[in-house]
Design a protein around this ligand. Structure first.
Ligand SMILES: [Zn+2]
Length: 352
C-alpha cells in the first residue's frame, strides 16, 4: 500500500514536472543571448531551418528570431495569411527541433511599420485599407517608405494580438518580437484619427497595448527594434525622418521590461545608444549585419558595456542562405566571442 502510495506520489510529481519541461525558457541569467535573425516566410525556409538548427547550435547560437509576419497558417484570421505561409504542423516541428538543439525560438511580427514592401501591401492593410495611417496615400508616391497601420484604428490591436496568439501557439513561443522599426508615418495629417496628436504619445500607447497583451496577460517576453526609441540622435537621420515624426520621447514612457534590439550597420568608434538604453533600465540586444568590420566594431563595443547588455544578434536579411548561415562570417566570427567572454561556467542552458 505504502509502495503504491509512493508510486502515486512519484507519478504526481512527474506530472507536475512534465508541463514545465515542454517548452524552453530564455537563456539563464548570466548567459549571453547569441542570436540569429532570419526571414522565414514559407514552408521551404522553415524546413531548411529545421535541418540547419543543429549546425547553428554547434556555431554557438542559442536564440533564433524568425521574422514570420503574415506568412503563417493563422486560424483566427485565415484571410490575413500571405500567399506563401508556414503551416501549423511545420511550426510545431520547428519548435521541437529548436528544443532539441537548445535554441530558443522567437517569432517576429512587424507592428505599426512595414505594412508594405515595395509595391506589395501586406494582408492586414490589403484587407482593411481603412486601418492605414495614410489612407489617401497611393503606393505610387515616390518619396514613400512603407505603409504604417493607424495606432487608433478600432479593432486593429485585438486582431493583431489574436495573430500573435496563433504564432505563439504554433511555434510554442514564450516571446514575441513586435518589430516597430522605421515607423515614419504616425500622427499623420492624412489620418482622421491621429491628426494633430503627439506621435511619441501614439507610439507609446501602441507599445503599451501590445505589452499589456504579451507581457501582462500572457507572461511572455516582448522584444522590439530600438531605432525609433533612440531616435535620430543615436540612429542618424534617414530621408524619411522629420522633426514631426521623432518618437524618441517614448524612451521614457514605454515599459522597461521590453528588450531593445539596438541595430547599427555602420562602422563607428562608439555606439552610445547601448549605454543610453541600458542606463534607462532596458535590457539591450545589440544587432549587427554587414559589412563584417562594422559588425565586429559593434560587438566589441557591446562587449565592453556589460551592464544590461544580454548578447549579440546577427541579422542576415537574406544575405546568406539559411543552410549556409552557420558558416556565414558575421555568425562564425562574432558569436563564439560572446560564448567565451561571458559564459565562465560553460554550462548550456536547459529546459526549466
Ligand atoms: Zn491614425
Amino acid at each position: 500500500m505504502n509502495t503504491r502510495r509512493s508510486l502515486l506520489g512519484f507519478g504526481a510529481a512527474l506530472l507536475l514536472l512534465l508541463p514545465a519541461c515542454t517548452t524552453l525558457r530564455e537563456p539563464a541569467p548570466g548567459e549571453t543571448w547569441r542570436g540569429v535573425h532570419l526571414w522565414l516566410d514559407r514552408e521551404n525556409s522553415a524546413q531548411q531551418l529545421i535541418r540547419t538548427l543543429p549546425a547553428l547550435a554547434q556555431a554557438g547560437v542559442n536564440v533564433v528570431v524568425i521574422e514570420v509576419n503574415y506568412s503563417y497558417e493563422f486560424r483566427n484570421h485565415p484571410e490575413l495569411r500571405n500567399r506563401h505561409y508556414i503551416t501549423r504542423q511545420t511550426a510545431h516541428a520547428l519548435a521541437a527541433a529548436a528544443r532539441h538543439s537548445d535554441i530558443w525560438l522567437i517569432p517576429e511580427f512587424n507592428c505599426l511599420g512595414h505594412q508594405s514592401f515595395g509595391g506589395r501591401i501586406e494582408p492586414l492593410l490589403r484587407t482593411h485599407p481603412e486601418w492605414s495611417e495614410t489612407p489617401t496615400t497611393a503606393m505610387q508616391e515616390t518619396n514613400f517608405y512603407s505603409l504604417n497601420w493607424c495606432p487608433l484604428a478600432p479593432g486593429l490591436t485585438e486582431t493583431v494580438c489574436s495573430l500573435m496568439d496563433d504564432l505563439a501557439e504554433g511555434f510554442e513561443a514564450e516571446a514575441i518580437h513586435v518589430g516597430m522599426d522605421e515607423v515614419y508615418y504616425i500622427g499623420d495629417d492624412r489620418c482622421p484619427r491621429c491628426r494633430g496628436k503627439n506621435p511619441a504619445a501614439l507610439f507609446t500607447e501602441q507599445v503599451q497595448q501590445l505589452h499589456s497583451h504579451i507581457v501582462t496577460d500572457k507572461k511572455w517576453q516582448m522584444l522590439m527594434w530600438a531605432d525609433r526609441v533612440i531616435g535620430v540622435k543615436f540612429q542618424g537621420w534617414s530621408k524619411f525622418d522629420t522633426l514631426q515624426n521623432d518618437l524618441s520621447a517614448a524612451a521614457d514612457t514605454i515599459p522597461r521590461d521590453i528588450i531593445q534590439c539596438d541595430w547599427h550597420y555602420e562602422k563607428k568608434v562608439d555606439y552610445p545608444s547601448i549605454p543610453y538604453l541600458a542606463g534607462k533600465g532596458f535590457r539591450v540586444w545589440p544587432a549587427g549585419f554587414l559589412p563584417l568590420p562594422a559588425a565586429q566594431a559593434l560587438s566589441h563595443c557591446a562587449l565592453t558595456q556589460r551592464t544590461n547588455v544580454i548578447g549579440y544578434l546577427a541579422t542576415t536579411w537574406n544575405e546568406t542562405r539559411i543552410t549556409n548561415a552557420p558558416a556565414w562570417p558575421p555568425i562564425r566570427e562574432i558569436l563564439p566571442q560572446w560564448k567565451q567572454q561571458l559564459e565562465p561556467t560553460g554550462k548550456p542552458w536547459k529546459c526549466r
